[in-house]
Design a protein around this ligand. Structure first.
Ligand SMILES: Cc1ncc(C[n+]2csc(CCOP(=O)(O)OP(=O)(O)O)c2C)c(N)n1
Ligand SMILES: [Mg+2]
Length: 324
């Protein structure tokens, strides 16, 4: 579960490292399962942008609500979902979060404060604005947070949700994950300005730009937006600049992305950079690092065994609770 927001302790730093590593291993394992033909549907990855989902989710309080998108599995792991939930879900197994009725990231649980991803881009913004409105009317001090990509910002619901939240001064944080691409469309063909954050001014709310590959910067920007939201100052838009290091999904080799661009961003890998900084600043010893890595591996293996031995639902079970 997320810790109390504030200054990050050494233990917090280790947790951030753990969750980013766990995210990468979960998604890497899903890729293996996909290539083994065990996944029903596609596999989406946050490779190279794990710091955004992890840093933002970690900055929230346990009673806050978030709405992740396809590249935010790290946020779900911070919220207490286990690797097995992802393996079971992607393999459509009976013991998974949707009991095998749906594939990939479409799962959530309001009791954990997670609203399931909605495939239609931008739609989570008005939904989370609605949750924020309920929170405000009930005076619950609950902050809501959701994510949009550089493609999703071109949708009507993004605009409607942002504007509504601004007018109503709702405790909503929108994280724009600018990873350079919306499927094969580069940002330069998505918008005629350089920064998504500039739009904030037009809505009458603060916009911030952060290095999306720096988990501490992402965390701190989110803490600040949450502080504003909680004291009634309304929504914030945070643009996290990063790079999508794989294709849109596993089926997409992304031949349209210049190789030099990927090479340049590989040097800014969020996990390797954080690891280096922790070691250099004596915030993590090599022994502690190895222990965290071992813990990640052990969890992955235990959960993979569990998921692989879970059966598919029977046809009757699969048809239950299905509306049409
Ligand atoms: C309204 C809508 N239009 C089109 C799509 C098809 N689609 C799914 S993902 C995607 C690209 C999304 O790009 P972006 O918002 O930048 O997110 P990223 O995949 O980079 O995380 C598109 C066009 C959709 N799901 N919803
Ligand atoms: Mg994108």
């Amino acid at each position: 579960m997320p810790r109390r927001p504030g200054k990050l302790s050494r233990a917090d730093m280790h947790r951030l490292y753990y969750y980013m590593l766990l995210t990468r291993r979960v998604e890497g394992q899903l890729t293996h399962l996909y290539r083994q033909g065990k996944v029903v549907g596609g596999v989406y990855s946050s490779l190279g942008q794990e710091a955004i989902a992890v840093g933002t989710a970690y900055a929230l309080e346990p009673h806050d609500v978030l709405g992740p998108m396809i590249r935010d599995s790290g946020a779900m792991l911070v919220r207490g979902y286990r690797p097995r939930d992802f393996f079971l879900q992607y393999m459509a197994r009976r013991d998974g979060p949707t009991n095998g009725r749906d594939a990939n990231t479409h799962f959530g649980d309001v009791t954990r404060g997670v609203i399931a991803p909605i495939s239609m881009l931008g739609e989570l913004v008005p939904v989370l604005a609605g949750v924020a409105l309920a929170s405000k009317l009930r005076a619950e001090s609950r902050v809501t947070l959701t994510y949009v990509g550089d493609g999703a910002i071109s949708t009507t619901p993004f605009h409607e949700g942002m504007n509504f939240a601004a007018v109503q001064k709702l405790p909503l944080i929108v994280i724009a994950e600018n990873n350079g691409w919306a499927y094969s469309t580069p940002v330069s063909r998505q918008m005629a300005t350089s920064d998504i954050a500039k739009r904030a001014e037009a809505y009458g709310l603060p916009g911030a730009i952060v290095d999306g590959n720096d988990v501490v910067a992402v965390y701190e920007a989110t803490v600040e937006a949450a502080r504003r939201a909680r004291q009634g100052d309304g929504p914030s838009l945070i643009e996290a600049k990063t790079m999508r290091m794989k294709g849109h999904a596993e089926h997409d080799p992304a031949t349209y992305v210049p190789r030099e661009l990927l090479e340049a961003w590989r040097k800014k890998d969020p996990i390797l950079c954080f690891e280096r900084s922790l070691i250099e600043n004596k915030l993590m010893t090599p022994k502690e690092k190895a222990a965290i890595q071992d813990r990640v591996e052990a969890t992955i293996h235990e959960d993979l065994d569990f998921a692989e031995s879970s059966p598919l639902p029977s046809p009757e079970e699969a048809a239950q609770l299905v509306w049409a």
